[in-house]
Ligand binder design. Structure first.
Ligand SMILES: Nc1ncnc2c1ncn2[C@@H]1O[C@H](COP(=O)(O)OP(=O)(O)O)[C@@H](O)[C@H]1O
Ligand SMILES: [Mg+2]
Length: 442
């Protein structure tokens, strides 16, 4: 009992504001559900404010100013605010709680724990927007990272510090694939940002994919779709900041962001609310411009030897070739893994479509015979796909073309290599040995 009391009491003291400065407060002059304008305030962008009192109190973040008014964006749900409601700053501009204290925990976009395990004590601080780095602080990607998935380890080898996109429509196995990597990846810790998914999917991912031993080495930032767009962006920044702090300790971090598209959607909502014109497919320029600055924060650090290997999922539904998020992700990332609905429909899981998938660093990090064997497999698969219709119709006569004969003969082995049960783990050495053993001789 006494324990409970002192815990709460100390927590209360910790959160108290003892700074001897006058309280500033402004007044709400306009509010349309998402965007607010306040007068009588001078606060840096990023400051969190409390608007209103008592029942109708809601939190909002300063996102800019215009002709003497401070623009804020609602962080909570709908609120019954009155004109001239008081606006008071309550938090400094963005810092994230980071460090070993976060391991095993689940927090929301504003950093509050939502796993019911009580307050987080002893966490460090790191700027949400990251610390500015020179391009020369970024090391090259030279070491492979074992992710426990045969097709990726063998054919699309991921390097420590690489940024990879998983491009897929909905329901083709992204979450299952990410779950396999969460369980098996040879990283010191895993930071998972679940941004803009449905709440049910978040709960499901936590219960089924980040359970047991995987939970103990993971930090999860979960911001479902019904949270304010500012919180969704903060969630993405927060997950990246947590990963950066671990990297600064020299750790090998795997950062998983599901999904980058939803982060861009949040940026779109904010941009449009601010009156920015929509250019590319309804996205204002700022929403797309935000993506490179987020992705550039991953990578290796030459000073500490730590690395952030980042995996971003990108929604690519309906074979939409000119979706601006897909386009910019493709150009900024160092590789992408495309999941195909056609393969999923044929029951091939993970439904990795090797043709359009690439790892741009594979030739730097994999030994020559490994790269050569991967090339042979890809060539057989491409030949088979090109002639698939002929073969299936029976229009191809065996012996007419040795290349096609070899491709047909190898096809079952190729598909067997890609297929992997969701609870199976295939290490990098095993994946390479199998690949070189079967396809190493041309
Ligand atoms: N490796 C796998 N083995 C068997 N079934 C799978 C595998 N990956 C995905 N599936 C099937 O596909 C469904 C959708 O996968 P999910 O990862 O939830 O898709 P997404 O996250 O892309 O919407 C799963 O419920 C499961 O039935
Ligand atoms: Mg999913």
């Amino acid at each position: 009992m006494l324990n409970l009391f002192t815990e709460d009491y100390l927590e209360g003291l910790r959160c108290g504001d003892f700074a001897p400065r006058p309280r500033i407060s402004g007044r709400l002059s306009s509010y349309d559900g998402l965007l607010m304008e306040a007068v009588g305030l001078q606060l840096p962008v990023g400051t969190v404010c409390a608007i209103g009192d008592g029942e109708s109190r809601v939190e909002a973040e300063v996102i800019g100013f215009r002709s003497g008014k401070t623009l804020l964006m609602n962080l909570g749900g709908p609120a019954a605010l009155l004109p001239n409601a008081p606006v008071r700053p309550i938090g400094a501009p963005g810092e994230a709680e980071v460090g070993a204290a976060m391991l095993g925990r689940v927090v929301d976009g504003s950093g509050k724990p939502i796993d019911g395990l009580g307050p987080i004590r002893g966490a460090g601080k790191w700027p949400l927007a990251g610390k500015l780095q020179s391009p020369l602080d970024r090391g090259r990607v030279l070491q492979p990272l074992d992710v426990g998935v045969r097709a990726i380890n063998g054919l699309l080898t991921i390097g420590q510090g690489q940024r990879v996109g998983i491009m897929a429509g909905s329901g083709v196995g992204k979450s299952v694939l990410l779950g396999m990597m969460v369980r098996a990846a040879q990283a010191d810790m895993i930071v998972i940002g679940l941004i803009g998914e449905r709440s049910r999917e978040v709960a499901d991912f936590l219960e089924t994919k980040v359970a047991g031993a995987a939970r103990a080495r993971s930090v999860v930032v979960a911001v479902p779709a019904n949270h304010s767009p500012v919180l969704r962006i903060r969630g993405a920044l927060r997950a990246t900041a947590i990963a950066e702090a671990f990297r600064a300790e020299g750790k090998k971090v795997l950062l998983i962001m599901d999904s980058l598209t939803r982060v861009a959607h949040a940026g779109r909502e904010i941009g449009l609310a601010l009156g920015e014109p929509a250019s590319a497919r309804g996205y204002p320029p700022s929403a797309i411009a935000m993506l490179p600055s987020l992705i550039e924060r991953a990578g290796t650090d030459v000073h500490t030897g730590g690395s952030i290997t980042a995996i971003y999922t990108v929604l690519a539904d309906g074979d939409d070739g000119n979706d601006p998020v897909v386009d910019s992700a493709r150009s900024i990332l160092d590789g992408h893994i495309v999941l195909s609905r056609a393969l999923a429909e044929r029951g091939v899981y993970p439904a990795i479509d090797l043709g359009p998938s690439v790892s741009r660093v594979m030739t730097d990090i994999a030994p020559r015979e490994h790269v050569a064997a991967a090339r042979v497999l890809r060539r057989h698969l491409a030949t088979y796909e090109e002639n698939r219709d002929l073969v299936l119709m029976g229009a191809y006569r065996a012996g007419a073309d040795p290349e096609i004969d070899a491709a047909i003969a190898c096809h079952p082995a190729v598909m067997e290599y890609i297929r992997q049960g969701s609870d199976e783990i295939v290490t990098l050495p095993d994946a390479v040995t199998e690949l070189v053993g079967v396809f190493g001789h041309g």
